[in-house]
Design a protein around this ligand. Structure first.
Ligand code: SF4
Length: 302
């Protein structure tokens, strides 16, 4: 068998990222010459952020830093605490919430549980990631109680009683299997824990992880391309390292070229995958790089 580079499909922008980018482009077109501020990066890819900066969109982490009340405020794909969105509607000329519908699902779940008088939550996710941070803030804003669990060994610290009712939610971009395992543990310990009807891990994350996991036996080197802040990209990389693949993570080909050819070409089978907010040109560049070094291209898909 010769040298093979596998292109793992699906790739490039997921549904939610593409939708947010398309919507922001439409807003720019419909508000010529107006000041537009996006609160946080629209999606976690620096190239996408730079492309929007080039068409005069400004980015701010804190909405209150935007002093111009004639500005148009955009909320990112990661979702935003509803209190902040309501405040923005009072303060600014126009407000657009471009969050992914899979994230909206989680806010809807919070509201539905609250309507059923369930105000205690267990959130499986990362407290400092934009999506998790905002969901947690929203629960607290509604006077709910939330215990955040980032790892299975934290389950022993759950502050709720064995027979108490609390709702379980998770971040959309975590490792699907990892979330399933945590939920199974919770259900065994807490028979009254309330689960969403469908997993909160989104379809795009699930599919990208599954195509890697199902093909682990086909490759030795694993390359992941995506933004350093992108959680779904980090989770893909983690699958590689946990399965003892020689794994590399970069935002583009330039980052990958920081490694020596000796390590990049150490194996005859290479698989390349990408986060859900990675532009297609960054994907093609890495793939072409391997093809130009004698690797035969093959596609692996679900
Ligand atoms: S990764 Fe999932 S949750 Fe995030 S934008 Fe894409 S579809 Fe939505």
């Amino acid at each position: 068998m010769g040298k093979i580079v596998y292109y793992l499909s699906p790739s490039s922008f997921c549904f939610g990222v593409k939708r947010s980018i398309d919507q922001l482009n439409e807003i720019v077109a419909s508000h010529p010459n107006e000041k537009i501020f996006c609160i946080h990066a629209l999606v976690h890819n620096p190239k996408v952020t730079k492309q929007f900066e080039e068409i005069w969109i400004s980015f701010a982490e804190d909405m209150n830093k935007v002093k111009d009340h004639d500005a148009i405020i955009i909320f990112s794909a990661h979702g935003t605490n509803r209190k902040i969105i309501e405040e923005a509607k009072w303060k600014y000329k126009a407000v657009y919430n471009l969050e992914c519908p899979f994230v909206t699902k989680i806010y809807t779940e919070v509201d539905n549980f609250l309507q059923k008088w369930i105000s205690k939550f267990l959130y499986i996710g990362k407290e400092h990631h934009q999506e998790g941070k905002n969901v947690i803030e929203y629960i607290r804003y509604t006077w709910g109680e939330v215990f955040v669990c980032e790892a299975q060994d934290q389950l022993q610290n759950i502050p709720y009683a064995h027979d108490e009712k609390f709702a379980v939610l998770s971040q959309t971009t975590l490792n699907f299997t990892y979330v399933e395992n945590i939920i199974n543990d919770i259900v065994q310990q807490f028979p009254h824990a309330q689960l969403p009807l469908l997993s909160d891990v989104c379809k795009a994350t699930y599919e990208r992880q599954t195509v890697v996991v199902e093909n682990l036996d086909k490759f030795e080197t694993f390359i992941v391309i995506g933004g350093k802040e992108s959680n779904n990209t980090k989770e893909l990389y983690r699958i590689g390292t946990e399965n003892n693949k020689k794994s590399f993570y970069g935002e583009s080909l330039d980052d990958i070229l920081n490694y020596s050819e000796e390590v990049l070409f150490a194996h005859d089978t290479v698989a390349i995958t990408w986060g859900a907010s990675t532009p297609i040109e960054d994907i093609k560049a890495v793939f072409e790089y391997y093809k130009n070094h004698g690797y035969e291209a093959k596609i692996l898909e679900l």
